[in-house]
Design a protein around this ligand. Structure first.
Ligand code: XMP
Length: 513
């Protein structure tokens, strides 16, 4: 059985980050609800437990609490922030409202260099805090192993060597040695090896897919995005020609997208690919439509129609495969909330109708995005696909403000190609979350040679982000901006002005529509 660390989620915005950090140590981790019964946890045979942070106070009436039985399982427990306070509260310590909130950077001084969490680390470390309540009396059997300016109990350890608490957040990047602390916990305290790698995962996933699918057929909607591409490659490795991929050209793809997908999946991987060119249908329905929500609805609805019809022609299949990822299936804890879950459902999946009576096949549903990328590379997918930036389902339609017409699509495709080329050539493409062109169909006056022009504007948007929920505009170097501007104006007919979008999210969204 795969060694795993189980994280009890008390509603922290960083719970998923903890899980990712553990996996970066090549140890599998899963997130469960904070009130998962101890018996259920025992059945999962975890090598260790982690109690996440959370927004509550342990003494509040409705505070989320774990099953007290978790401390009897004989399994190591690490409490982080609220998790430390819970651990102390349950085992007889005292937690009180702090006189001032400890927020931001702090300096940790390790008192006990024998504590396994701090093995091979310096005596003073920079850590990141975010808590109001504080531990004021240690439970019996515990000692303080590290302090900060504001806390005598920044890290605590039980004499049994199994219970630990950290008042700060080792999982965030602002705790530079946090990875080592987490690695020390999973390897030194919990005794986990380094078995979780995408190389190993392929074998296990292929087996599981074969078992689940048997001799049935599978259909997969390939979008060209990272998730569906990796799912396709993985499933194809498992069941070969029992998989049919359907790729719909919705008429608002970027230039050469359809060719790239057909080249990579059809010719290189020899995956059965059913190409549906519905460009004319989509563009006919988008004619005259300027309202962003209407555009999105039309594209979503038309996609379902085309896809359904395509599945009928693909022949009888039992399974529909989807590239669902782990963050989409983690049940969010309502307290404090996990806003990621809410907003994603608005964008993603786009919803294939319930009446399509397929059984779902979701071979990526225990993976994080970075793991999916790694898996894609292991499977031999080209970097161009595996490392590509997110691209919205409604495609260029939400990057052409106003009506989508073939002429405007051509202008945007030309500008988009230049943006991608220049971002890649300068090495910036892979450093940012997204970078793209937007067509503003307002005309302004310019002069080119001796002629007066009256043409459209391209806005360039480049943002950095962790998950698309919030974003900051990227300060691209001036020489790159200059090249982008001059190439677009010189090479893209119909454009005489280039602007750079300097809006963060919030208040702006990443896409313009
Ligand atoms: P916004 O514009 O809401 O976008 O800040 C956040 C992230 O989601 C992407 N996006 C979409 N992805 N279908 C998708 O699969 C959509 O309809 C959609 N709309 C926006 C956007 O590119 C950004 O990464």
């Amino acid at each position: 059985m795969l060694e795993q660390i189980v994280i009890l989620d008390f509603g922290s915005q960083y719970t998923q980050v903890i899980a990712r950090r553990i996996r970066e140590c090549n140890v599998y981790s899963v997130i469960v609800r904070y009130d998962t019964p101890a018996a259920e946890l025992k059945a999962m045979a975890p090598r260790g437990l982690i109690l996440s942070g959370g927004p509550s106070s342990v003494y509040a009436a409705n505070a989320p609490r774990p099953d007290a039985g978790i401390f009897e399982l004989g399994v190591p427990v690490l409490g982080i922030c609220y998790g430390l306070q819970l651990l102390a509260h349950f085992l007889g310590g005292k937690v009180e409202r702090g006189s001032k909130r400890e927020y931001g950077k702090g300096t940790l001084r390790v008192l006990d260099s024998f504590c396994p969490l701090f093995a091979n680390l310096p005596e003073t470390l920079q850590v990141w805090n975010s808590h109001g309540d504080k531990l004021t009396r240690l439970p019996r059997g515990f000692k303080s192993v590290a302090v900060t300016e504001n806390s005598d109990y920044a890290a605590i350890e039980h004499e049994n060597g199994k219970f630990f608490g950290l008042q700060f957040h080792p999982e965030v990047v602002h705790t530079p040695c946090g990875r080592e602390i987490i690695a020390n916990y999973v390897h030194n305290v919990c005794g986990c090896g380094k078995n979780w790698t995408m190389h190993n995962y392929i074998e296990q996933a292929v087996e599981a897919i074969r078992r689940e699918v048997g001799s049935e057929r599978v259909i997969l909607g390939l979008s060209g995005g990272v998730d569906s591409s990796v799912a396709a490659a993985l499933i194809h490795k498992a069941i070969g020609d029992q998989l049919t991929c359907i790729f719909v050209n919705n008429g608002v793809l970027r230039g050469r997208e359809a060719e790239v997908v057909r080249e990579v999946f059809g010719r290189h991987f020899r995956i059965k690919l059913q190409y549906e060119d519905a460009t004319r249908l989509f563009l006919r329905r988008l004619k005259g439509v300027t309202n962003p929500e209407r555009k999105r609805k039309i594209i979503g609805k038309t996609f379902i129609e085309v896809f359904e019809e395509a599945t009928r022609r693909a022949g009888k299949a039992r399974f529909l495969a989807q590239g669902t990822l782990y963050p989409d299936v983690i049940e969010s804890v309502p307290i404090g909330g996990n806003p990621a879950a809410m907003i994603k459902s608005h964008h993603n999946v786009g919803g294939l109708p319930k009446k399509m009576r397929f059984q779902l096949l979701e071979p990526l549903k225990c993976l994080f995005k970075d793991e999916v990328r790694e898996l894609g590379l292991e499977l031999g997918l080209p970097r161009e696909i595996v490392l590509r930036q997110p691209f919205p389902g409604p495609g260029l339609a939400v990057r052409i403000l106003g009506e989508v017409t073939p002429a405007r699509l051509e202008i945007l495709r030309n500008a988009d190609r230049i943006v991608v080329e220049e971002m890649k050539n300068s090495g910036w493409y892979y450093k940012v979350w997204q970078s793209f062109a937007v067509l503003l169909p307002v005309r302004s006056v310019g002069v080119m040679g001796d002629e007066r022009t009256y043409d459209y504007t391209i806005a360039i948007r480049a943002v950095e982000s962790q998950d698309g929920m919030t974003a900051d505009w990227v300060k691209l170097p001036y020489d790159l901006m200059e090249r982008l501007s001059s190439r677009i104006i010189n090479e893209v007919k119909g454009v005489n002005r280039v602007c750079f979008d300097i809006t963060s999210k919030p208040p702006g969204t990443i896409e313009w529509e």
